[in-house]
Design a binder for this molecule. Sequence first.
Ligand code: CA
Length: 637
Amino acid sequence: MTKLINVDKIRNFTYIDKQYAVDKPLGAIWSKERTLFRVWSPVADYITLNLYADCTAEKPYLTEKMSSENGLWECAVMGNLSGMYYTYSVSIDGTEKETIDIYAKSGGVNGQRGMIYNPSLAEIPFVPFKAVPKDEAIICEVHIRDFSADDSGNFSVRGKFSAFTESGVKNRFGDAVGLDYLEELGITHVHLLPIADYASVDESTENPDYNWGYDPQNYFFPEGAYSSDPYDGFARIIEFKSLVNALHKRNIGVVMDVVFNHVYDVEKSSFNTIFPDYYFRHDNSGSLSNGSGCGNEFASERLMARKFIADCLCHWVDEYHVDGFRFDLMGLTDIETLEYCAKRLKAINPDILLYGEGWTGGASPLPESRRGVISNIERLSDFSMFSDEFRDCVKGAVFSDEDCGYINGKPSENAELMKCVLVGGVYHPDNQRENEYCLSDNPLQRINYVECHDNLTFADKLEISMPNASHEECAAVNRMGAALILLAQGIPFIALGQEFMRSKDGNHNSYNSPDSVNSIKWDMLSENKDTADYYKGLIAIRKRFGEFRLSSGEEIRQKLSFADIEGGVFCMKTGDFLLAVNPTENDVMFALDGEYSVYANHEKAASEPFAYIADSVLAKPHSVVLLREHEGNVIFE
Ligand code: CA
């Protein structure tokens, strides 16, 4: 057989894109009468389709040679193939390898074979859900297994998707946990750590190992270890859809963490078996580049890789009705691809929530000007990015355990930066950052947070960086951090358990640590109820009052102002609200002109006022006081 592409062109991916890229649906396209299989590989000598009766059958019951037109391989198999499994045997340079389809919409155990299915058999009743607009978003990050693994919650299943559908779950103190608790907390979006099929956990064992899931294997279907039956390609689909439905019923949207920057095992990956090298970047010497820090990086800028990412995201929205995506190491995805994805996703759901890590995990051949990084944020108006600046300013740098930030020991040093991040990074004349250093004038492009799965939990960070502080003092500082996150302009983000001082015993990178480290210890919710209630109160305040979620720099400059006091103490006025911020170790008395109602102090936060004051207000050490004006103005001393 003559080769379609000469050897000298095989690494010329610009040429390949120009000559061979296609814009047709790929994968197994089911209908009752026949299934059409389509796979793109301009370099294959031949491709054979293998059909299996189940995901572990030793031999295919049917093999079928596929035919190619300009690099697109096709074959149709008559009959209703729903529930059958398939692979491709791809021959390149005379070597044949068997692989799962990169477009497989479901799969069997450990994601080794794709499953063909009749979509109506994987449907569950649709729950209508009113999308939450970006300016109202309050995000809470959760890992599927952490949610239900610990004995302290009396879930009937542990570590699976279906634990999110259970109501009435309680901890040992009788407090509501699980799904009921998420609703009670008031967050608008649950952000799930990766739930698409990943590689490093053996789905076939009774007690699988733990992993965060940043080791992607198949992108179009859910992880089997989280389903009740990893051997049945329907179970993982239906159970994840049920999770989305259960959260939608409680008015909570679902954000998926997606890992398009690298794959787990590049050599064995389906991408490299179907078209070697095409889907990955290489450096000048021809070696795989490693901007992910995981040994390879996905070449999102190539046309068929771009199409793959966009098709995949649209599949999760069309089929599963997910409400947003968080892009892991988004800096490795090129701007054109991100914009193309946003355009297609917004056509399905105009309120789709898109955000990511605006950085890379190492040097990349993708030019800086093309990366989805924070410095290019203005060009990515549909995307928000994690504010590492907010995170480190509030509590100190993540790469030094002892380092302190604004709330836990270095108030004066961080006060200016604190004001910059409190306005969502937009230009504001009351802080010292010049306009040219403000990267975007849209505060909603900033995700404000102090804790996520990476690095120390907020409670661990405070305990380590404040070695002489008591548990109660750490709790006070934690509450102050919560006030800054939830009353800042931008999109607030917390990690589940942060609000009840979750600890991972000082662990920085618990990606494969056991449940004993990672799981949510639900009894801590009752043990630290005052702090959890404080977060809940702040969430309610934010939902009730638009002052804390302004949607443009212009509005912020108009409605918000700062007044400095000293030693890092300041006031932030937003509309009728006055936030007195005291990060120091001493009581601070703020003089007031007129009467105010109190919505938050060092121990309580609520969407209804719980006290009235006049003339002055005392802010306890490491605390904020949130006041709403009745009449008159504040006097700053
Ligand atoms: Ca898996």
